[in-house]
Write a protein that binds this ligand. Structure first.
Ligand code: GLU
Length: 237
């Protein structure tokens, strides 16, 4: 098991991501990373093998600050623990994803994407997700619909956090087979693999159901079920 954290706010959220990842350390991991949309809405990504402390040191040397971002602790299932295999994975500097779980049909998707000129920079099963998101996004879908279309093509287990340079005001989360919760703040919202990661930010949570996809802005969380119907999930306080 490993961990996901994400945040969208009016303040710099890099410390929220790092503190959240520290609180997820107990789940075990071999590498970690964050990706943040900076003031120009460009993706700034820092990844390291080893402990969160090493990620913090790397961030001291190369800061990644912004109001929207995602972070990850990886427990390698496909590809060795290395910086290139660490999450977040990014496609063409425009979409970043963190993933917990295993994509079983990654080989067929990778073959198809290679024939469409997508370049692979890792040995993970996860990288096909970000290329598929990119493909749907640049075929004219918004980020939410790109996630919806992509997850429909995935076999296996996933919890996902997704950000895009072209939609800096939103964070999309999805889960099937791996846990994911949404933390509700005041004018800011969060995602994480479990509530403990976010307890310093909020004590209001939505626990996503199997197959849910959530569109998250600073002000609002909208959850859709597997049939793409908007659903009201209980807010636990
Ligand atoms: N299967 C993915 C990988 O190997 C994600 C592993 C995880 O859940 O940390 O990169």
């Amino acid at each position: 098991m490993c961990g996901i954290v994400g945040a969208i706010a009016d303040r710099d959220i890099s410390s929220v991501l790092i503190n959240g990842l520290k609180r997820l350390e107990y789940r075990g991991y071999d590498s970690a990373g964050i990706a943040v949309l900076d003031q120009q809405s460009c993706i700034q990504r820092v990844r390291t093998t080893g402990k969160i402390k090493q990620l913090e040191e790397a961030l001291n040397a190369t800061p990644a600050n912004g109001n929207t971002g995602i972070g990850h602790t990886r427990w390698a299932t496909h590809g060795i623990p290395s910086e290139n295999n660490a999450h977040p994975h990014v496609c063409k500097k425009s979409i970043a994803v963190v993933h917990n779980g295993i994509i079983e049909n990654f080989e067929s998707l990778r073959e198809e994407q290679r024939s469409q000129d997508y370049e692979f920079t890792s040995d993970t099963d996860t990288e096909v997700i970000v290329h598929q998101l990119h493909k749907h996004f640049y075929s004219g879908n918004n980020l939410f619909d790109s996630v919806r279309k992509t997850v429909a093509e995935l076999e296996g287990a996933y919890a996902l956090g997704v950000i895009s340079t072209d939609e800096p005001g939103c964070l999309v989360a999805a889960r099937r087979g791996s846990p994911l919760v949404i933390g509700i703040g005041d004018g800011e919202n969060f995602i994480a693999s479990d509530m403990s990661a976010l307890l310093s930010e909020t004590n209001r949570f939505i626990i996503l159901d199997e197959g849910d996809i959530a569109l998250i802005t600073k002000e609002k969380v909208t959850v859709f079920d597997t049939d793409n119907n908007e659903v009201k999930r209980t807010v636990h306080e």
